[in-house]
Every structure is written in structure tokens, then in C-alpha cells.
Design a protein around this ligand. Structure first.
Ligand code: UGA
Length: 494
């Protein structure tokens, strides 16, 4: 089929490359001249596995880039709208880019077009697009608006696209649904998976995606509700992690125990610093507002957001517990991206924590395998240095903080880290290590939803009683009854 994708951000670019990969002729349009020039020269603006390979494979044959939405629309039967829908002040999605594309499409009509929302949009947006196109001269018989939400995670977006659990086609007519099915047919009948050179199947993917046909409004709700549900799962496990810390339980075991129930599922039950990124924070807030505008008070989502933000605060409290005062402390920070395998720092808990530490007059030596350029462009501070590996960051630091779940950070040479750090303190916001491994390497280890472990002073009676006092002091401050045991669990002595 002839497909136009308007917008060349994370979603648009991946969708365009993947549509070309499954056999369609695709024109990707974006008003950003620099970006399109770069793409035409093979320069890929984002860090996304398999994307450079796909663009190289199809650019100039089945895939092209243009700055003219009109040209793209005129050459295509189906137009996917994949422009940004950023958050406005009050949390509502800014749909002005979507409206502007709808106007451009209406003015470029030269035959029937199926206009498909790919961007995350609130319920009723398909109606608004319809209205904007009609007002700009397109006749109702010339087009139909459908919703085909994406469920792509940054870092695995290409395999998420090609090996999805489901394809949601929100179409208000059978012909539109049939076109949508035709677009995805190579995935639905499995023929793409037999093609030599197909992008390899990820381990946990469904053999064949489900095709879920519904109306446009339901599809719009499916997208918002899916992201809100996943965010809720993360906040739920983070809340349970807090209880684990209070009663000396282990969130990793608890999470395994909960997730083994197939009704619950083990994914998105990793406790940590809370969710970030360009989607969950924006979409939970937007869905909360959409519900309100429809007359439903979705209080549950307020709690999801509150728990999420509190998770960063809780981590910062741990840093203060471990280091006592922060002013003048030198901290090694591993991770700036909002999660591993991406260079995206939008709404990154790691960046928020770094900013907080800088505001408390710490000096920070930061390292991230992919997100340093983006962070450097946004965050400059006299006390912040960007370094090119974890060991330089750790050198002479008062503590090491792990803020992003990059695989590289889960396989550090701990002996070397111990020898480089000024004090043997590791604060891990992503639970990348077993506490025992840290203790065995002489490191005091603070993680999420697990008791802190200290490598030193366990056998020193004086420190032990001090630690016991301090633990119970901290617990009492939090309204928890003092424990009667003598174990050291939450304080480090410098
Ligand atoms: C998310 C959804 O997973 C995609 O299905 C959706 O298409 C996308 O938003 C979107 O709306 O465009 P993404 O934001 O790329 O994808 O990242 P996720 O892998 O979902 O992670 C989001 C955040 O949750 C990250 O900060 C991650 O560290 C955190 N997270 C994730 C946890 O804290 N615990 C978990 O168990 C899982």
C-alpha cells in the first residue's frame, strides 16, 4: 500500500521504517527541514535498536523523507498522523499539531484517504479531526478517520512494532477496517516472520498478533487506559516496596510472588525510582483530565502520580541517610536516561535527582552510555561533570548512585569500584545487584524495597548499637515502632 506517515519523531520514524519493512511504499513527512535533510543523508536522530538498519535497508526504495505533507498525502492512500501531543500546563494534551496536520491533509486531497491517528490522543480526537478536515474543504465521502494506537517502548520499538501482542484498529466502518487489516497482513498471517533477513523475533513475543477491531473512540481509550494501567502497576509495586523496607521484607521476592499469578503477570512489577519518559507521566495526567471532562473523577490516577513522584523523594532521603549532609559531597551518578537502552531524558527520574543533588550543593560526576549529549544540552552546572565511563565517575566519590537500568551498570567490576570510591557506599535506584554481592565486595548497599546492607562494622559492638539507635530513630520518625533486633539495616558510618 502507499502510506504517508506525518511526523518523524520516535513513533513516526519507527512506524515509517517498519511499514516499509513489511512491504509498503512509505513517505515520511516532517516540517523540520534539518531533520529531513539529515534523514535523507542516513543520519538517524534517535538511539533505537534496528532502526538504522531498517532505514538503510529501505531508504531510496520503499522509504523516502520529505518536508511536504502535501506531497506525502497526494501520493498515499493511508495517512498516519504521528506528530507530538505534548502536555500543556494543566496536563491536557496539546492537539494543535494534530489539528494543523488535519488541515494540511484536507487541503491536499486527491482521492479517498484513510486518515489514521497514531499519536496518543484523548477520546473524541477522531471526531475533531473529522470536523477540522470538513471545515477545511474535504468532503465526508473522501475520507475516514481511524485510530491505530501504538504500543512501542523506546529501546525495543522496532521489535514491538513487528512482533506486537495486538494490533488495535479503531475503525467506524468495515472498509476502513479492511484497509487496516491489509496494512498489517504480513504480521497477521505470519508471512513477514518467514522472510529472510526479517528482524529477529524477541524471546517473549506472541507467535501471531491479535487483531482487535473496535470503533475509533474505544481505540483512543485503549491507548490511554493501557498506559495508565501500566503506570498504576509500577506505582503499586513501588508502594509495596516502601512497605517492604518498613518490615524488612524483600521486594524482589514479593514481586516474583505476585507476578507468578498469570492473572497479574510479572511484567512492569520492577520497583525503582518510578516511571518517567515522554509517555506515562503525560498520559496518566491527560487521562485523568479526559475522565474529568467526561464527568468521571478518576482519583486512582492521582494516587498513581503521587506515589510516582514520592519514589524520587524516598530515594533522596536514602542518599541523605547514607551520607548525612550533602553539601560539598562528591557523587558518582550512573544513568541519566529515563530507562536503559534509550538516549531519551524526558521526565527522567535520574535527571530530576541530579538536579536536586546539585541544588543541595553536591558535585556530580555523571555517566550514561547514550544520554549524555542530550543531558549536556539541557543541563549545565558548575558542579556537574560528564565523564566517559563509570570508573572515572566513581573515582574519589563519596558514594555511587545507580539511576538508570542500563545492562552496563549491572555488570560493573565491583572490586575496582570499591577501590575507587572514597567511601564504600552504593545507592541503587534500580535494584541491579544482589545485596550479598555488594557486601561481599565490601560495599554498603542501599536499594529499593530491600533492607540496606553494610559491609563494614557488623561485628563492632559500638557501631552496632549506634546503628540500632539510628535505625529506630529513623523508624520512629516515620511512625514505625522500633524493632527489637540488633541488625544493622539502614545506616552507614563514614
Ligand atoms: C511506554 C509503554 O510501555 C508503551 O507501550 C507505549 O507505547 C509508550 O509508553 C508510549 O505511549 O508511546 P516507554 O515510555 O518507552 O513505553 O517505556 P517503558 O518501558 O514503558 O517504561 C516507562 C517507565 O516505567 C520507565 O521510566 C521505566 O524505567 C519505568 N518502569 C517500567 C518501572 O519503573 N518499572 C517497571 O517494571 C517497568
Amino acid at each position: 500500500m502507499k502510506i504517508a506517515v506525518v511526523g518523524s519523531g520516535y513513533v513516526g520514524l519507527v512506524a515509517a521504517a517498519c511499514f516499509a519493512e513489511i512491504g509498503h511504499n512509505v513517505i515520511c513527512a516532517d516540517a523540520d527541514v534539518q531533520k529531513i535533510t539529515a534523514l535523507n543523508q542516513g543520519i538517524i536522530p534517535i538511539h533505537e535498536k534496528f532502526l538504522p538498519e531498517l532505514i538503510r535497508r529501505h531508504c531510496g526504495t520503499r522509504l523516502s523523507f520529505t518536508t511536504s505533507t502535501t506531497d506525502a498525502v497526494r501520493a498515499s492512500q493511508v495517512i498516519f498522523i504521528a506528530v507530538g501531543t505534548p502536555s500543556m500546563e494543566a496536563g491536557a494534551a496539546d492537539l494543535s499539531f494534530v489539528e494543523s496536520v488535519a488541515r494540511d491533509i484536507a487541503r491536499s486531497m486527491n482521492g479517498f484517504k484513510l486518515v489514521v491517528e497514531k499519536s496518543t490522543v484523548p477520546v473524541y480526537t477522531s471526531e475533531w479531526i473529522n470536523r477540522a478536515m470538513t471545515l477545511n474543504g474535504a468532503s465526508g465521502a473522501q475520507f475516514e478517520v481511524a485510530s491505530n494506537p501504538e504500543f512501542l517502548r523506546e529501546g525495543t520499538a522496532v521489535t514491538d512494532f513487528l512482533y506486537p501482542d495486538r494490533i488495535v484498529a479503531g475503525c467506524n466502518s468495515q472498509p476502513a477496517a479492511a484497509m487496516m487489516r491489509e496494512i498489517y497482513e504480513p504480521l497477521l498471517n505470519g508471512s513477514y516472520y518467514e522472510v529472510p533477513g526479517a528482524i529477529p523475533r524477541p524471546a517473549d513475543s506472541a507467535p501471531i498478533p491479535q487483531f482487535i477491531q473496535t470503533n475509533a473512540r474505544s481505540a483512543e481509550l485503549i491507548k490511554h487506559a493501557s498506559n495508565a494501567f501500566l503506570a498504576m502497576k509500577i506505582s503499586f509495586i513501588n508502594a509495596v516496596a516502601n512497605i517492604c523496607e518498613m518490615v524488612n521484607a524483600d521486594i524482589e521476592g514479593v514481586s516474583r510472588g505476585i507476578g507468578a499469578d498469570s492473572r497479574i503477570g510479572s511484567k512492569f512489577l520492577r520497583a525503582g525510582l518510578g516511571y518517567g519518559g515522554s509517555c506515562f507521566p503525560k498520559d496518566v495526567a491527560a487521562f485523568r483530565l479526559v475522565a474529568e471532562e467526561c464527568g468521571y473523577d478518576f482519583q486512582l490516577l492521582n494516587e498513581v502520580m503521587r506515589i510516582n513522584l514520592d519514589q524520587r523523594e524516598a530515594f533522596l532521603r536514602k542518599v541523605r541517610t547514607a551520607l548525612w549532609t550533602l553539601k560539598g559531597k562528591r557523587l558518582a551518578v550512573l544513568g541519566l536516561a529515563f530507562k536503559g537502552d534509550t538516549d531519551d531524558i524526558r521526565e527522567s527520574p535520574a535527571v530530576a535527582i541530579v538536579q536536586d543533588l546539585l541544588s543541595r550543593e553536591c558535585s556530580v560526576m555523571a555517566y550514561d552510555p547514550a544520554a549524555m549529549d542530550r543531558t549536556r544540552a539541557e543541563l549545565q552546572h558548575k558542579n556537574l561533570s560528564y565523564v566517559d565511563n563509570p570508573y572515572t565517575a566513581a573515582s574519589g566519590a563519596d558514594a555511587l548512585l545507580i539511576l538508570t537500568d542500563w545492562e552496563e551498570f549491572a555488570t560493573l567490576d565491583l572490586t575496582r569500584i570499591r577501590s575507587l570510591l572514597r567511601y564504600p557506599i552504593v545507592l541503587d535506584g534500580r535494584n541491579l545487584y544482589m545485596p550479598e554481592a555488594m557486601t561481599a565486595h565490601g560495599l554498603n548497599y542501599y536499594s529499593v524495597g530491600r533492607a540496606a546492607t553494610t559491609a563494614q562494622s557488623v561485628n563492632e559492638p559500638a557501631l552496632q548499637s549506634l546503628a540500632h539507635y539510628s535505625n529506630n530513630f529513623g523508624a520512629a520518625m516515620n511512625g514505625v515502632p522500633p524493632s527489637t533486633g540488633g541488625e544493622i539495616s539502614a545506616t552507614t558510618y563514614l
